[in-house]
Design a binder for this molecule. Structure first.
Ligand SMILES: Cc1cc2nc3c(=O)[nH]c(=O)nc-3n(C[C@H](O)[C@H](O)[C@H](O)COP(=O)(O)OP(=O)(O)OC[C@H]3O[C@@H](n4cnc5c(N)ncnc54)[C@H](O)[C@@H]3O)c2cc1C
Length: 534
């Protein structure tokens, strides 16, 4: 059988890889993206979800701060349904260095980041959960961003220009001939089948896995893996992102997302990119630090903890590589290691993924003799849902259901509403916590990219709310038994799904969440005959 061909194979379906795929496709370069799990399997779903204004970096790195601000503005414009324009606050407490606030203000001004000082009395009126001891507070243009939505929007946009995607395929071999990349060997993680793709170039955008992927080409790439733990509160504690006004450290950011809040984070060096188990001790430490800003923190219900691994590029290894900024590095392995057709992009932030992709594809295009310019900052990622379709959606899913579905589905909202109009049974809400209808679940199950209940969860948010899948997972599976990927052993599918949910619930098992867990355990262990939940 003839091998599939593409000019470029991009490895890694995180923010960086999906951004690169889109940029390549928009410049007319044929490209395939390969991801070992579902999209966002790595750090791009294990983060705060803060679209930085740059203010956090202004003192330490003005270049990074300016890049964040510029990319923040671009993403708001091209992907409004992925960004919630919450605004952000920087707050200082009496024990923080008072001089740092002035230094920070001057640095923000130098980086062009707008700031506005808020009277602490006004702050107490607007954000009563914050400590009354706050001495100074400033408003900045931070936002909340939905990682899953950005990634799928990148891929859907790239597909409109002919790009291809293989999820659940791992890169297991790199073929080379005479110092040139000639192809990749992939292994399907669900079936074990092997696949070969002929290509002229491989782009390694595998974040914390970058060193392991480079090793397949016989190249050394040193990446420090830095684990950060986060917790999700079952409440929107504040309407704005809240940052502590002091040099960046542990437990200093709260980000509201819809009805919940993500709080974190920590910083611990680990050996393995897949080391994403949050610890109970880390959670307790975080709460203790967070109480300095929100004294009542321990009384709010936590729904889960999770962790991500930051890929930090070890600068000592840059010999021959081209350091683009102090935050991300573009490594041209042709120049550095003499291997033609191999590029790595390492480090950075979610906020700057588009810029990282632009710099990477500029280099790839130069090597491939393509002159088309980057268009990712101008062309919209998704088209907005029209008022007319939103109104029709409200009639079938209710007001909150339609609004949430429109944000989640973007371009596909119209098709889901049409299905629900034709088939009233599909209007049923299957996940009450996140207001997800059967029509949306069925649409996602049939999109060709959903192989597990977890894939459906990530796209619809089914199972991500207060009940963490207790009520919606078995309903969803029951409704999808007609789909070949869900036709096998239902107990096994449910067990896998719930075990992943439990990984995040275990470190926060007390109070209301413990009661919820006992209910869940009773349902699944007694009614569905599962042996154990933990
Ligand atoms: C705790 C924490 C909080 C953060 N908060 C923020 C924030 O609020 N704002 C912000 O801007 N940034 C934040 N960051 C940074 C940001 O999340 C990351 O920089 C960004 O998500 C990295 O994206 P990426 O695409 O480079 O890597 P990833 O998202 O990790 O993607 C790499 C992908 O490569 C895949 N892969 C690996 N090996 C293979 C293989 N052999 N074959 C196929 N696929 C493979 C992986 O499965 C993975 O999906 C945070 C990071 C952490 C850890």
């Amino acid at each position: 059988m003839a091998a599939e061909k593409a000019q470029v194979v991009v490895i890694g379906g995180g923010a960086t890889g999906t951004g690169i795929l889109r940029d390549l496709a928009l410049r007319g370069i044929s490209a395939i993206l390969v991801e070992q799990g579902d999209l966002a399997h790595g750090t791009s779903s294990r983060f705060h979800g803060l679209l930085h204004s740059g203010a956090r970096y202004a003192v330490k790195d003005k270049e990074a701060a300016r890049e964040c601000l510029e990319e923040n503005m671009i993403l708001r414009r091209i992907a409004p349904n992925c960004v919630e324009n919450t605004g952000g606050l920087f707050v200082q407490l009496p024990e923080d260095n008072a001089e740092y606030a002035d230094q920070w203000l001057a640095a923000c001004a130098e980086s062009g980041i707008p700031t506005e000082e808020l009277d602490p009395r006004e702050l107490r009126r607007n954000t009563p959960v914050l400590h009354h001891r706050v001495t100074r507070a400033f408003i900045v243009p931070d936002c909340a961003v939905d990682g899953f939505r950005v990634l799928w929007s990148n891929v859907n946009s790239a597909r409109r220009y002919g790009a291809r995607l293989y999820t659940y395929h791992s890169l297991t071999g790199i073929q080379q001939s005479n110092g040139k990349v000639t192809g990749v060997e992939l292994t399907n993680q669900l079936t074990g089948e092997r696949k070969y793709i002929e290509c002229e170039m491989i782009i390694n955008s595998t974040g914390a896995w970058g060193g392991a992927v480079a090793a397949l080409a016989g190249i050394e790439l040193n990446i420090i893996k830095d684990k950060g733990t986060l917790v999700a509160y079952n409440h929107r504690l504040t309407n704005q992102v809240v940052n502590r006004l002091r040099p960046p450290g542990d437990g200093d950011i709260f980000v509201p997302h819809g009805t919940i809040t993500i709080f974190g984070t920590t910083s611990v060096t680990v050996n393995d990119a897949a080391c994403t188990k949050p610890g109970h001790g880390e959670v307790l430490d975080l709460i203790k630090i967070g109480q300095e800003m929100i004294p009542d923190l321990e009384n709010y219900r936590l729904i889960r903890a999770f962790a991500g691994v930051r890929p930090l590029y070890q600068a000592g290894n840059t010999a021959g590589g081209r350091s683009v900024t102090r935050n991300f590095a573009l490594v041209d392995h042709q120049e550095r290691d003499g291997l033609q057709g191999f590029i790595s992009i390492v480090g950075g932030k979610f906020t700057t993924f588009r810029l990282m992709a632009e710099k990477t594809v500029d280099l790839a295009a130069k090597r491939l003799d393509v002159t088309a310019p980057c268009r990712t900052a101008e062309e919209s990622l998704t088209s907005p849902v029209s008022e007319q379709w939103l109104e029709r959606g409200k009639r079938v899913f209710g007001i909150p259901g339609a609004k949430k579905a429109a944000d989640r589905l973007g371009d596909s909202f119209q098709r889901v509403v049409e299905e629900a109009e034709k088939n009233p049974d599909q209007r049923k809400i299957f996940c009450e916590c996140e207001v997800v209808s059967l029509a949306e679940i069925v649409h996602v199950a049939g999109d060709g990219d959903s192989f597990t209940l977890g894939d459906i969860r990530r796209k619809t948010r089914m199972g991500m709310g207060t009940c963490q899948g207790t009520f919606c997972s078995y309903r969803t599976l029951g409704a999808l038994s007609g789909y070949s990927q869900f036709a096998g052993n239902h107990r096994e599918y449910l067990t896998k799904f719930l075990q992943k949910r439990w990984k995040g619930i275990r470190p926060v098992l007390w109070g209301q969440q413990l009661r919820e867990a006992q209910l869940s355990s009773a349902i699944y262990c007694s009614l569905f005959g599962m042996e154990r939940m933990l």
